[in-house]
Design a protein around this ligand. Structure first.
Ligand SMILES: NC(=O)c1ccc[n+]([C@@H]2O[C@H](COP(=O)([O-])OP(=O)(O)OC[C@H]3O[C@@H](n4cnc5c(N)ncnc54)[C@H](OP(=O)(O)O)[C@@H]3O)[C@@H](O)[C@H]2O)c1
Length: 282
């Protein structure tokens, strides 16, 4: 469980790099002014971590938002934590190195804080991982990790890897508690990170969560994000609305009881809103 008390409190990854417990996601956020403003609103309101990916096609706007926010709100690059991900079509040693350069160029940055393999394409992720190891050793990226890796993908990768992934970013919310993966990542010092933590908005009128939220004078979204943190999971809710960006970041001033955590843990149905990493075709 985290003892984080502020929006910019961090967890230390196994290589010593500090990663904010909470960041902004920008999946499906349109490039241009929408993503620029989301990133700026987040940084203005204390967020320091932004999660994008090559496939989101908004790295250019994310980069612009970062530059404008740094200038307008006096934030230094080293205080930000920027994540991007290599897409499936670019998995391969040379292809992945090239994809990294393209992402950096679009973002207008000279390093990334975290670079992830987006999906575990069988037969391809090991070569891509070698490229991430190279980038890491060259200091082009502060930490490297994976996304959508089940336990068996991690075990397979780690058989040949020189560097154990620092992060695994997966779908995680009260209906998909990822119990096996949570245990495995904890044992192996891999930080679990939640995507679609709010189940893309699908849990906001859940009766159990609504009752807990009422008890704390918080919203259901805030209760879910707090559950992530108390379970030791980094979280990256997406919103393009400033009021919700503020709301989602205001989860450091209350605590769920162990009974409430258990009540939310018990909602698990192993239910996904996204594809199963063992069965995707893109
Ligand atoms: N690695 C992967 O394969 C992968 C896959 C999916 C997502 N991700 C990452 O994870 C991030 C988060 O996941 P997500 O974007 O799929 O979904 P999410 O964060 O679970 O939910 C976002 C949805 O909830 C709404 N919302 C946000 N805050 C709210 C609040 N306080 N009250 C009510 N509604 C709220 C948003 O609408 P508004 O924007 O209109 O507020 C949006 O429709 C992504 O943006 C992306 O960075 C990664």
């Amino acid at each position: 469980m985290t003892t984080a008390k502020h929006l910019n409190d961090k967890v230390v990854l196994h290589n010593g790099v500090a990663m904010p417990w909470l960041g902004l996601g920008v999946f499906k956020v349109e490039d241009g002014s929408v993503v620029v403003n989301s990133v700026k609103d987040a940084i203005k309101n204390g967020y320091r971590s932004i999660d994008t990916a090559a496939i989101y096609d908004n790295e250019t706007g994310v980069g612009q938002g970062i530059r404008e926010a740094m200038a307008e709100y006096g934030v230094a690059r080293e205080d930000l934590f920027i994540t991007s991900k290599v897409w499936n079509a670019d998995l391969g040693y040379e292809l992945t190195l090239a994809a990294f350069e393209t992402s950096l160029k679009k973002l207008g940055l000279d390093y990334l804080d975290l670079y992830l393999i987006h999906w575990p394409v069988v037969g391809k992720y090991k070569e891509a991982w070698r490229a991430l190891e190279t980038l890491y050793k060259q200091g082009r990226v502060k930490a490297i990790g994976v996304s959508n890796f089940h336990v068996h993908h991690l075990q397979d990768l780690m058989k040949d890897a020189e560097i154990v992934p620092m992060v695994d970013q997966v779908e995680y919310h009260p209906l998909l508690a990822q119990n096996d993966l949570r245990a495995f990542t904890r044992e192996n010092n891999i930080q679990l990170e939640a995507w679609s933590p709010l189940m893309q908005g699908g849990l906001l009128d859940h009766p159990v969560l609504t009752e807990i939220a009422g008890r704390h004078g918080k919203s259901v979204a805030q209760v879910i994000l707090r559950w992530d943190l108390q379970n030791g999971v980094v979280t990256i809710p997406k919103s393009i609305k400033e009021a919700r960006i503020i709301e989602n970041g205001s989860v450091f001033d209350f605590e769920l009881s162990s009974d409430e955590i258990a009540q939310i843990d018990a909602l698990n149905e192993d239910k996904r809103v996204g594809p199963d990493p063992d069965n995707f075709d893109f």
